[in-house]
Design a protein around this ligand. Structure first.
Ligand code: HEM
Length: 607
């Protein structure tokens, strides 16, 4: 049986209520500012988006400021940054719903850089401008200009990430990022495409076939969340959550911990800051227990993997020493040149080394194990000087950072494609042309699936995950445009605003995969768009798994649209809410039909 989340089942209403059709494609002219947003591909209408940016810009709409704004204005009189006109209703929206919608409204009223009051003397500096975003992102953990740190995001996520490099800063982050980054090398990604992304997506398709045949609606958001959990589990730990077919306390623990991280970011009463008190709050206790279970499981996986690597190395070293072959050099087979391997703790050393050993020489691929290409196996084989807690927290960082993000990217890409049948038809035509009667792409096919890639790129423009990036100023700074930033100032880069700003993108609200230029051109990123497109952030703290995520999303989408036609359930209101990613509020319910003629029976049987 497929797993459904406890979200609301679709209700009966007309198809039109689900979302409006988008405007036809037009080539992008990023330099030409367009003041008024055009038709949006939104799951629900929202009147607040209809406003155009106030021509007078910052500070012109203070006719009835809320009390927080009043106090901030008094206190912040010396700041040259405009203060957003935050009304109590807006704050309610911030806490309960889609934070980025309110941030967009204030951008329209106050301009691309404004202060959002969060308390009598506290505020977020909200940035919706590519140049200012570039300045801040490049000024984080940059050895030559180190101005910003992760701030609030590190505070709310420490209970889960611990010392993990996703939230660490300074030297700790630098050392661990350098150690973990190489694990995502090209051979690893290729192994993932063939062994994990493709087969896992095929498995999901197999499950979906039951629903396609019965005609039962499927919550595709839940399916994508389960699929991406299974994929990241195998890729990071070689651990099969099997969440597409089973439910387990561990899977529940992962979801509980993620939810808690999201809730902490918007808690009015941050009881979690006081662990002694937090223990008496059921939600907090549940979260701690969940984290405990995740950590125990990860520790067990690390221990087992270490034992296996040690055993293999001992076996390999003994065999090599016995044969004497391994260390002979082809060009110079002399005894002088004969170079035994370095002694390491795990190896029973039968050689006496009079000379200092050469540095550990291998390029990253060398640590990849054919049988277990996971990141865990790679890091253990690389024998980095790292304690088990650090290794555990780094791996959990990868698991958490790589799960919901990719699941949400897939959810909204499918939603947008179904809303835009002409784009879906183009994507399906490409998939059929590239795959023929095969059901899953190879690495070579991946390079050919350029329109599918553009659909994923464009979906991540309209629905970036996370929609905001948080930073805190460690020293005084000045943004491009002359805005002053005080020490300790919390900064929120609204990726959503930059991606939706009519001053940055033409037809900003429309889903136009073609906007990024010719299909044989480069995949858009922060560099080639000058920080107008930053779904993976930018600067030193840019996502380490961007290539992994794009491959995973393209492969999964390809496998699914090769086999099924999707249709939104009539009248089902999807809704949007903010967490670490943009979620639906009610699930993405769709009905599926098998695309039988396009799939050769032999290929199906082989799969
Ligand atoms: C569509 C999928 C993904 C999106 C949209 C995404 C987005 C991001 C963003 C925006 C950041 C930077 C946050 C900041 O600047 O504060 C980030 C960091 C990170 N991501 Fe991803 N990510 C995705 C998938 C993945 C995957 C699959 C992995 C692991 C395999 C991963 C691992 C990480 C890690 C470890 C960091 C922290 C890097 C550091 O601080 O040095 N992400 N991600």
């Amino acid at each position: 049986m497929l797993q459904f989340t406890k979200q609301q089942k679709p209700a009966g209403a007309s198809r039109q209520q689900l979302g409006r059709r988008v405007a036809p494609c037009r080539p992008v002219k990023p330099s030409a500012p367009v003041r008024t947003p055009v038709v949006r591909a939104e799951p629900e209408d929202d009147q607040s988006f209809g406003k155009s940016i106030d021509a007078k810009g910052a500070g012109s709409s203070f006719t009835s400021p809320g009390w927080l704004t009043q106090l901030n204005l008094l206190w912040g009189g010396k700041s040259n940054v405009p203060v957003a006109n935050a009304q109590p209703d807006d704050i309610k929206e911030l806490l309960g719903g889609a934070l980025f919608k309110a941030l967009f409204k204030w951008m329209q009223e106050s301009g691309p850089v404004y202060l959002l009051p969060t308390g009598p003397v506290s505020s977020f500096l909200v940035i919706s401008d590519p140049a200012a975003a570039k300045h801040v992102l490049r000024g984080t953990d940059n050895p030559t200009r180190n101005v910003y740190e992760k701030g609030l995001v590190a505070e709310v996520a420490t209970f889960l990430f611990g010392k993990g490099f996703a939230i660490a800063g300074g030297e700790n982050w630098r050392v661990r990022r350098k150690a973990v980054g190489p694990s995502l090398h090209r051979s690893y990604l290729e192994a993932m495409v063939n062994r994990v992304f493709g087969p896992s997506a095929l498995f999901a398709a197999d499950k979906l076939r039951e629903s396609a045949r019965s005609g039962a609606p499927v919550n595709m958001e839940a399916i994508f969340s389960q699929l991406t959990l299974d994929i990241i589990g195998k890729s990071v730990f070689n651990y099969d959550f099997n969440s597409l077919t089973t439910d387990s306390p561990l899977i529940q623990a992962v979801y509980t911990a993620l939810k808690e991280t999201e809730q902490r970011a918007t808690d009015l009463l941050p009881i979690w800051k006081y662990p002694a008190l937090a223990w008496f709050v059921p939600r907090q206790r549940k979260a701690y227990e969940a984290v405990e279970l995740i950590r125990q499981t990860t520790n067990d996986l690390i221990r087992k993997c270490k034992e296996m690597v040690d055993e293999e190395e001992v076996r390999a070293a003994s065999a090599a020493v016995e044969s004497g072959q391994e260390y002979m050099n082809e060009a110079d087979p002399s005894i002088l040149r004969f170079s035994p391997p370095p002694c390491r703790d795990a190896l029973p050393c039968r050689n006496t080394h009079a000379l200092p050993l050469p540095p550990f020489p291998s390029p990253p691929q060398e640590y990849m194990n054919e049988a277990d290409p996971s990141i865990l196996r790679f890091l253990i084989a690389a024998r980095e000087e790292v304690d088990s807690t650090q290794l555990r927290d780094d791996l959990l960082s990868m698991l958490v950072a790589g799960h919901e993000t990719t699941g949400s990217a897939l959810t909204w890409t499918l939603y947008l494609l179904v809303q835009n049948p002409d784009k879906m038809a183009k994507a399906v035509a490409e998939v059929d042309a590239v795959l023929g009667d095969r059901l899953t792409p190879t690495m070579a096919d991946y390079g050919q699936l350029r329109y599918v890639m553009r659909c994923v790129n464009e979906s991540m423009r309209l629905y970036p995950h996370p929609p905001v990036l948080l930073r805190r100023a460690m020293v005084e700074d000045e943004l491009p445009g002359g805005f002053k930033v005080g020490v300790g100032q919390d900064v929120m880069i609204s990726v959503y605003n930059i991606h939706h700003s009519p001053a940055v993108w033409e037809d900003a609200e429309a889903f136009i995969p073609e906007r990024f230029g010719p299909l044989d051109g480069p995949v858009p990123n922060e560099q080639n768009t000058d920080f107008k497109y930053i779904p993976f952030s930018g600067g030193p703290r840019k996502c380490v798994g961007d290539q992994f995520a794009l491959m995973e999303a393209v492969v999964a989408l390809t496998v699914l649209i090769k086999q099924f036609d999707f249709e939104l359930v009539q009248g089902h209101k999807i809704g949007m809410t903010t967490g670490a990613t943009i979620h639906t509020t009610n699930g993405l319910y769709m009905t599926l039909k098998e695309r039988k003629p396009a799939v050769a029976p032999a290929a199906l049987a082989a799969a």
